[in-house]
Design a protein. Structure first.
Length: 166
């Protein structure tokens, strides 16, 4: 009996406004035909763009681990990122110097070691080929910024509404 692993393509992206600044991470999971199966994003608070990119990669790997557990089978995935830095760091071509990035990378490596059913490759793609993940990260980031503005005293739109009241 021959067994074929389930194959996914996952685009990841991290974004921050300022470095450090408000940040978010996102992923888009597709099947072999290119059908979008899942999009996921989250705000990260204030951090750097590199932490956001690594957080997106970590989230994608954990999501793939969850999918492997549910299917009780092997998962092969190509994770695509427009961040040449994280691709080269993940693949061992560049050293990781930043302590926070080292911690994330260590968690990722441990997770992959503990989940042998996951076969992951991480490749660089041009920004244009990462558009969906970029859009998801920016949506989460816009929401984070909007919520931060409201918590810090309201948006300009709220101020206009308040001035027009008698």
């Amino acid at each position: 009996m021959s067994y074929r692993a389930t194959r996914y393509f996952v685009n990841v992206d991290g974004a921050s406004r300022g470095n450090p600044g408000p940040a978010a991470a996102a992923m888009v999971v597709q099947d072999e035909s290119g059908k979008v199966l899942l999009t996921k994003s989250k705000s990260l608070g204030i951090t750097t763009n590199n932490v956001a990119e690594w957080s997106a990669l970590e989230g994608a790997i954990k999501t793939l681990g969850y999918l492997a557990g549910r299917s009780r089978g092997k998962i092969e995935a190509v994770i695509r990122s427009d961040s040449e830095l994280i691709v080269k760091q993940f693949n061992g071509e560049f050293r990781i110097r930043d302590p926070e990035l080292k911690a994330i990378a260590a968690r990722v490596r441990k997770y992959l070691k503990d989940h042998p059913a996951l076969k992951i490759s991480v490749v660089h793609v041009p920004r244009e080929e990462n558009r969906l993940a970029d859009q998801e990260a920016n949506k989460a980031l816009a929401k984070e910024i909007q919520e931060t503005n409201i918590c810090e005293g309201g948006s300009h739109q709220d101020e206009r509404k308040n001035r027009s009241r008698p």
